[in-house]
Design a protein around this ligand. Structure first.
Ligand code: AQP
Length: 345
């Protein structure tokens, strides 16, 4: 098998209401990965338009996700931060993958079923083909590792299937082009930590989500300290004290969620958090969680606001990052064209 340099790629959609789930499941882990890997972090604006977006809001939200990356500690000089639509290779490779992926594969995607609901006939073709674009995002850079929340696991498996099928379908041509065995890596999902699926604060059976109509269901990264405190105080719980060990969280989704959030924010395991708070009532645990959340998220929220006041600073970061991203993606796309048999001038 061809050996690939380890490279991290991931992205967040600029669809507004960036929340604690996006932070703990993705952005916080992007920050960690940059110490050990070469990283490419994208604001996936082309994914966002699979559902209609107000143009002014899309631009604002693109800057907001960029500000969140920077405020969380991503180093845009050392690593690459950019928005997807400034790098045309994503769309080019996505078309190739539209022709590699099978309808049957996409028909199994639960996110499309959840998002389209009973309205599938009226959904955009882009929403249906979304996972092919996601595969292109990753594979346009030969990325090997993809930190994501648990909800993206199925899409990542599809990316691997697409990479594998391309490698098989074009095996002879790939060898002919000088690649010893396989052109695309099979990217590995990195779904780790205590909060890979942060749940709604109002309903422990539902994922914390940008599109939940209740703002009380989520902590937004832009929330101020008072709002964070109010939302945690109002979070749904059950009447029992916290257990001392993890099996005690079974069938207690709201308790499990708050413990997971605490653990992820404190960089501890759930077991460690329960060893500290086991036997405590929520009336004691929630104030500790408020202090921790305000301590960790407050400075980031203020930094995001500051960055958002300087549009041209953010736009320059995206322009520079996009230029660097293109220099990686362009030669890979040229090889794809050669492998497929497209004539190039
Ligand atoms: N609740 C979550 N817990 C952990 N990780 C999460 N992610 C999203 N929600 C949670 C992770 O955040 C990254 C970026 O997600 P996205 O912006 O690409 O899209 P999304 O998953 O569609 O976000 P939402 O909030 O869930 O939006 P809607 O309301 O549209 O469904 C991904 O790595 C994702 O796993």
């Amino acid at each position: 098998m061809t050996s690939f340099t380890p490279r991290v790629f991931s992205g967040v959609q600029p669809t507004g209401n960036l929340h604690l789930g996006n932070f703990l499941g993705a952005i916080k882990r992007f920050v960690d990965m940059q110490h050990s890997h070469e990283c490419i972090y994208c604001v996936v604006d082309m994914h966002a338009i699979t559902v209609w977006q107000d143009p002014a809001e899309l631009a604002r939200n693109t800057r907001e996700v960029t500000a969140a990356y920077l405020a969380a500690g991503i180093d845009a000089k050392k690593h690459i931060v950019f928005n997807q639509s400034q790098v045309p290779q994503h769309a080019e490779l996505a078309w190739v993958f539209n022709c590699v992926a099978r309808m049957g594969w996409l028909n199994r995607m639960t996110q499309f079923k959840d998002k389209a609901g009973k309205n599938a006939e009226n959904s955009s073709v882009g929403l249906y083909a979304y996972p092919n674009l996601m595969a292109a995002d990753i594979l346009a850079y030969h990325a090997t590792h993809v930190p994501v929340g648990e909800d993206q696991k199925q899409h990542l498996e599809l990316s691997r299937d697409i990479a594998q099928k391309f490698n098989n379908d074009f095996a002879k041509s790939i060898k002919g082009a000088g690649f010893s065995d396989g052109f695309f890596p099979l990217p590995e999902p990195l779904i780790t930590g205590a909060a890979t699926r942060v749940m709604s604060l109002k309903d422990g059976s539902k994922k914390m989500s940008k599109s939940d109509p209740s703002d009380l269901s989520r902590i937004n990264l832009a929330d101020d300290a008072d709002t964070i405190a109010r939302k945690i105080k109002k979070a749904r719980t059950d009447p029992d004290p916290l257990p001392s060990e993890e099996p005690g969280l079974k069938d207690r989704p709201e308790a499990a969620n708050l413990v997971g959030i605490y653990a992820a924010l404190a960089d501890k395991s759930k077991a460690e958090v329960l060893a500290e708070f086991g036997g405590s009532q929520f009336s004691a645990f929630k104030p500790a969680l408020v202090d921790l959340a305000v301590d960790k998220l407050g400075p980031m929220g203020s930094e995001m606001k500051k960055l958002m006041d300087d549009k041209s600073y953010i736009d320059n970061i995206l322009a520079a990052g996009s230029a660097r991203a293109r220099t990686i993606a362009e030669p890979i796309m040229q090889d794809v064209k050669k492998i497929i048999g497209f004539i190039r001038s």
